[in-house]
Design a protein around this ligand. Structure first.
Ligand code: FAD
Length: 460
């Protein structure tokens, strides 16, 4: 492993207000550990930044010493780009402040914040911005790739609510990006990932949400999957945008509202979210119950912040993960065949198939308005290969890959960069499609040497 010369490391420690951690020092292994346990890399140095100046200094230091740079928000990215071998890891996880201006309905967010940090601060004012569905995910990586969750049908993607950002670029400068300021960069970071620099501050638009919403699970037997999926497909075609419903196929966790004999068996669950008036909620979500003969349901009024954490127990860090993902404009019968076939042969109790619903406000934005361009995507299929022991690597990855192949004919050509694994570099062009040449031009302007390349890389 490359080691930093003692003198250089000492110099770095003198300059950084946060923490500089070298191999062998206390906290090194904790700091390099990320969500996906498949990733085991050893940076030459980890800089736990305390502010934008630390980021600027780290970027300049890495560049001057020829060190690879990786950027870590909350370390959730499945491809593991947050951590590098032998390079400098810019660890932003200590920069977590969220400041809300309730009158202006805006939040200023540091890049180490998790979704839970953002939700808690904004919900204290009855406000929220659309983010993902697992509260320990980082706001930074999620936003820079697009970002979607329960509020997306109503208020768009996370990038659609990004008003401005501050970024440290490859030359070490700290600059702004917004409609008025470096508008090309502002366009590029709304979907272009970590290609253009290190974001040190996000500004989001907020919307009134909750703080109580109606949400929960309806769980159906797996042998009714086809009729439930057909009814779901029909329902979401005309469902109002304050309702969002995702589909999860997995083995049933030991949920208290399910009969014991269902635990561990394949099921299809509808995850139901309704942000409107709780008084009308039962009537609005009632039709979903009749999609099949329920094993059980648990849907009720709860704080939005709690629902945002509902899936956390199934998505804890430390497991081995290999994901595949497709976008769909429609759910054809062929897509349903593939989902049901592979939902019926889950290789472990942690593997699952998620079908997220986007549509609504996210679809009303032109494809060239932001770097994220899949404005026709209605559903995102996420195949979660997830297991604990390396001995299962081969068969779990094979399941995910075979499912991906089987569903490819029914998917749209696009891809969501935030769900791509490290071996999917050949899908980056498809992910950006006709926006790619413009992204490459902007990359040439802000990072001509491709200093920031540990990402779903856009070639300058
Ligand atoms: C369990 C789980 C659930 C998820 N659910 C959703 C979901 O509901 N909706 C959704 O849209 N996505 C979801 N995702 C995907 C998620 O958006 C990506 O994994 C995202 O990259 C996570 O961001 P992070 O900051 O935690 O990741 P990190 O691994 O820390 O960062 C990922 C990459 O983003 C870039 N990056 C991070 N911070 C910065 C920065 N400040 N400046 C520049 N570049 C930066 C870097 O290239 C870095 O390698 C989920 C992921 C997981 C693991």
């Amino acid at each position: 492993m490359k080691t930093l010369a003692r003198k250089s490391a000492g110099h770095l420690k003198d300059k950084i207000s946060g923490q500089v951690i070298l191999p062998g020092e206390g906290g090194y292994d904790d700091a390099r550990r990320i969500w996906n346990a498949m990733i085991d890399r050893r940076p030459a140095v980890i800089v736990r930044c305390a502010g934008a100046e630390d980021v600027q200094y780290s970027v300049a230091f890495a560049r001057d010493h020829g060190l690879e740079i990786s950027i870590r928000g909350a370390g959730h990215n499945i491809a593991g780009n947050a951590v590098c071998d032998n390079g400098l890891m810019i660890d932003l996880s200590g920069m977590k402040a969220v400041r809300v201006d309730a009158d202006k309905a805006r939040a200023l967010v540091q890049p180490g914040a998790t979704l839970n940090d953002v939700d808690r601060a904004t919900q204290a004012h009855g406000l929220a911005t659309p983010v993902g569905i697992n509260s320990t995910t980082g706001i930074a990586g999620l936003t820079l790739g697009g970002g979607f969750g329960w509020l997306t049908r109503q208020y768009g993607l996370t990038v659609d609510n990004l008003v401005s950002a501050e970024i440290v670029t490859a030359d070490g400068a700290l600059i702004g990006a917004s409609e008025e300021d470096n508008a090309d960069l502002y366009w590029a970071i709304r979907g272009g990932g970590g290609n253009f620099g290190v974001v040190t501050r996000f500004e989001f638009r907020l919307h009134p949400v909750g703080p109580e919403v109606t949400a929960g699970l309806m769980v159906f037997p797996f042998d009714q999957a086809r009729e439930v999926l057909r009814a779901y497909r029909e329902f979401v075609m005309s469902a109002p945008e304050d309702i969002n419903v995702w589909v999860v196929l997995r083995k049933a966790p030991p949920l208290a509202f399910l009969p014991a004999e269902v635990h561990g068996r394949e099921i299809l669950a509808l995850a139901v979210f309704f942000s409107g008036d709780p008084q009308t909620a039962q009537r609005r979500v009632e039709p979903l119950r009749s999609f099949g003969k329920l094993h059980g349901a648990h849907v009720g009024v709860q704080p939005y912040v709690n629902w945002q954490q509902a899936f956390d127990p199934l998505l804890t860090p430390g497991a081995r993960n290999y994901w595949k993902s497709h976008n769909f404009i429609e759910l054809s019968e062929g897509a349903l065949d593939a989902i049901i076939e592979f939902g019926g042969k889950l290789p472990t109790a942690q593997c699952e198939i998620f079908l997220g619903l986007i549509s609504g406000a996210a679809n009303r934005i032109p494809p060239d308005a932001t770097a994220y361009r899949h404005r026709d995507t209605k559903f995102v299929l996420n195949v979660h290969g997830r297991w604990d022991h390396p001995v299962d690597d081969k068969r779990c990855m094979a399941w995910a890959r075979e499912f991906f192949q089987a569903s490819t004919p029914y998917a749209s050509a696009g891809a969501y960069v935030n769900f791509m694994t490290a071996d999917e570099g050949d899908r980056i062009a498809a992910a950006y499609g006709s926006n790619y040449p413009r992204l490459a031009r902007i990359k040439r302007k802000y990072d001509p040497g491709n200093l920031f390349h540990m990402n779903q890389n856009i070639q300058p």
